[in-house]
Ligand binder design. Sequence first.
Ligand code: SF4
Ligand code: SF4
Length: 500
Amino acid sequence: MKTYLPSKFIVERNPERCIRCQVCVNQCSFGTHCYDAAEDKIRSNEENCAGCHRCATFCPTRAITIRKNPMEYRDNLNWRPEYIEDIIKQAETGGMLLTGMGNDKGYRIYWDHMVLNASQVTNPSIDPLREPMELVTYLGAKPESVELDANGELVTVIPPQVKLEVPVMFSAMSYGAVSLNVQESLARAATETGTLWNTGEGGLHSKLYQYAGNTIVQVASGRFGVHQEYLDAAQILEIKIGQGAKPGIGGHLPGEKVSADVSRTRMIPQGSDAISPAPQHDIYSIEDLSQLVYALKEATGYAKPVSVKIAAVHNSAAIASGMVRAGADIIVLDGLRGATGAAPKVIRDNVGIPIEMALAAVDSRLRQEGIRNRASLVIAGGIRSSGDVAKAIALGADAVYIGTAALIALGCHVCQQCHTGKCAWGICTSDPALTKRINPDIGARRLANLLRSWSLEIKDMLGGMGINALESLRGNRLNLRGVGLSDTELAILDIKAAGN
Ligand code: SF4
Ligand code: SF4
């Protein structure tokens, strides 16, 4: 059927610079560029351009510029182009619209409406270049109090803790959704920087067991790749109930992506669809969740923290309270802007709440109930910078997960085409011709560099506040002020307005 949709992008090729090397032809996995041998010219099929910038990045003469198609619709605040184009797509396909990455709607990003404090005359700032700054974070339940014997030795039994050198971990991204080279890059960077990466729901590839010391394994509704060796390898066991990109929705890895390697790792037949049901079929109550939490603890000798991940939704605070009482040692909240390899667009764009609100509500509720010490709080969903990390810690998080930011470090330009399986950067694909575009040596270096940069920046911000340990910033909302927020928003975030 002929499409009625205009091209999203215009491909401009500077004829003065183009040497017809065909690099763009070979680099584009969406079929945007082609070589016209008869005329010895490179031509563009602009309707195929995903705006991923792979061609422009690798063009040796920088001859390519990708621009948004400036073709305008008549101004209409109700019938905005996105709605018109979505309806055209649905009229042409008859299917649900799928998309990749996270919510791109204009919901308020509260990180941009909060500012951090800095010391001036009193409580002087600390120079992180000259004085030691501590970013170490321990994840796991903490005792109410600690008791020491006469010799100063610890008497209290401390529940299992996992040490992070930097309060930033890599989010769950499963093998199959991302390539093995991406997972290896994440695992190696986590090992190098003293943090953790997360298998996601697709099992742990045999090649990655060597990074077990820095691995979180997920137990999701499909139970793919879950076995004793897998659980034993982990530092943290994560039960996935929901994710921010698609709250209440399951997952589906199409059979064509289930290669021999993926099938071995997931323990499903090659070529079969990997369907993750929306609910965990054995969890319909907090008591059921508790049974799974304790089954995992029992299976691993009560030696590892168990984490439970939910999407940030309206009643996250009450749910989180129940999760702590069910025995979860770590609560993971994944917000509205969390990303995924594939989600129904209508769910991604309309379901869930901003992570900032969920974090503030959950931290406050657990404090009010006197159980905040019984679980660490980890948040995810659109963390973009070290500034967001510092604000998240001040708002009450123990640590954050990054997914999209990590993929951007690997090359992703957030073109939102992950669900097509054609990722030109070799990230969200299982096509061997594309996956080899990620070199784990280079990938791990780029990711480790990102975490190092953020660590330096967090230390700078802490020093500016006159704080020398991240622990002292955690939940310290006095170090935050709101800018341009309503009284209701300030009350939920439990921070003062700037000027107060
Ligand atoms: S990569 Fe650049 S120089 Fe090579 S053919 Fe394409 S536009 Fe021309
Ligand atoms: S992972 Fe690849 S397909 Fe997905 S948004 Fe990034 S560049 Fe695009």
